[in-house]
Design a protein around this ligand. Structure first.
Ligand code: PLP
Length: 452
């Protein structure tokens, strides 16, 4: 197969998806019976037939997240280069646990991460790694922050601490932190939910009050999380003020920019991320707004020593111990065996160039504005405030579940519902495809008008 063949296959799949349904109707039983009837694994089958069948299943039984009218949960359309990268990685199967085993792959990742690290304004001696996604990057941040704040945490565990550590974030922050508190042994109750202002941004007064209260009652505050592009409403927390507060209180400042972080490269948007350069650590997912296939997250940290301490390990059976100044990724990250995650971002970035990527991101931001304007013109009420392409909206008397069922049934678009603060559920539409056009949006808003 040549590259042109791959190009043709990908173009055909894209065209097929764009002209077909977005939302499936299927029951678990239907899929299970189908699989049981065809795949008992007792005899070999022809690979071509199996591939065609699997593609049919994916085509029929999935929400088509790469459809231009999928206005969903940060799952992007994917670039051709990034699709090819994933296939190339599978063919060579490089093992990135150690530098010695895969020098080329490790250096390609380092080179790509250094590019983005520079955009975030981190110093050249900061450290970064690809992760399975934002949840793993956030987990890495909490582990490293704990390690730095409590030197005994690594050897003797949280139970050896004289005060319980506490983390501060808003109800709009990503709920991976809840699982992380459970996983790390912090306990879910160690999370302090800080109030938000009318725009759902973290309220600094409430943060200061809670930290002071916790200190008074013998807790040990150690970390604050600010979000760039909250999952529900795309809100950006006040980063410069958070950074100042964390510095004065000696707290770790983590910025979860899993989705919104990509805006740092776009001249029209990067001003909204001012202050991110002062973070102790950053989460940014390539498999969100950088439009590469899952799974590709990134973790950036300015404290190389703390990362080395958090993930250190010694064993004689791993190769590469004599690699000199190059730290092996299995000693600087959560993962051990690791896939060559970074190639998809490297290849897409090299092909499109920074300017191509800026255009993709700014196009989506413009489409967010088109959506906001079209909805407002059509009588909907936009209820969130963000420069990013995520629009939450409603109208009087709307029953979101019923409305969405009709939207899906007519295959108009995929969007979701969200509850912001204590308010009633509203509709949530995010531009996640660089292929979404203004006419897609106008059409969707027109068709939505016929449903209400
Ligand atoms: C703000 C934010 N942080 C973290 C995550 C978790 O990322 P992932 O699903 O890549 O693990 C998400 C997922 O949508 C998110 O929106």
């Amino acid at each position: 197969m040549t590259l042109d063949d791959v190009r043709r296959v990908v173009a055909n799949v894209e065209a097929d998806i764009a002209s077909g349904p977005i939302v499936p109707t299927v029951t678990p039983q239907e899929i299970r019976s189908y699989l049981a009837s065809r795949y008992d694994f007792t005899k070999p089958l022809a690979l071509d037939d199996i591939c065609a069948d699997v593609q049919r299943m994916l085509r029929t039984w999935q929400v088509q997240v790469t459809h231009p009218r999928y206005f969903g949960l940060f799952n992007p359309s994917v670039t051709l280069a990034s699709i090819i990268a994933d296939a190339v990685v599978a063919m060579y199967n490089p093992q990135l646990a150690t530098w010695r085993t895969s020098p080329a792959a490790n250096e390609i990742e380092r080179h790509t991460l250094a590019w983005l690290m520079g955009k975030f304004g981190f110093p050249a001696d900061a450290i970064a790694s690809f992760t399975s996604g934002g949840a793993e990057a956030n987990l890495s941040a909490v582990i490293v922050a704990l390690t730095r704040a409590f030197p005994e945490y690594g050897e003797r565990g949280l139970r050896s601490l004289s005060a319980s550590p506490t983390v501060y974030l808003t109800a709009e922050a990503h709920h991976s932190f809840s699982k992380i508190a459970h996983l790390t042994g912090l306990g879910r109750r160690s999370i302090r939910t800080v109030a938000t202002d009318r725009e759902l941004k973290l309220d600094l007064g409430d943060l200061a009050r809670r930290v002071a209260e916790d200190r008074r009652s013998g807790h040990a505050p150690f970390m604050v999380v600010g979000t760039v592009g909250t999952t529900g409403a795309g809100v950006i927390d006040p980063l410069p003020e958070l950074a100042r507060f964390c510095r004065s209180e000696g707290l770790w400042f983590h910025v979860d920019a899993a989705w919104g972080g990509a805006a740092i490269i776009a001249p029209s948007l990067r001003g909204h991320l001012a202050g991110i350069d002062t973070a102790d650590s950053i989460t940014c997912d390539a498999h969100k707004w950088f439009s590469v296939p899952m799974a590709a997250g990134m973790f950036f940290c300015r404290h190389r020593d703390a990362v080395g301490e958090a993930f250190r390990v010694e064993t004689s059976y791993m190769p590469g111990k004599t690699a000199g100044p190059v730290l092996d990724p299995y000693t600087t990250s959560v993962q051990w065996s690791r896939r060559f995650i970074g190639l998809k971002l490297f290849l897409a970035l090299a092909q499109h160039g920074e300017s191509g990527y800026i255009e993709m991101i700014e196009h989506q931001a413009r489409m967010g504005d088109v959506l906001r304007e079209a909805l407002t013109r059509a009588g909907w009420r936009v209820v969130n405030a963000t420069p990013l392409p995520l629009v939450c909206f409603t109208r009087d008397g709307l029953v979101t579940a019923k409305f969405l069922a009709a939207l899906y049934q007519r295959q108009i678009a995929w969007m979701s519902e969200v509850r912001l603060g204590d308010d009633a559920p509203v509709l949530r539409a995010c531009i996640t495809s660089f292929r979404t056009t203004a006419s897609d949006i106008e059409w969707v808003v027109r068709e939505m008008g016929r449903l209400t």
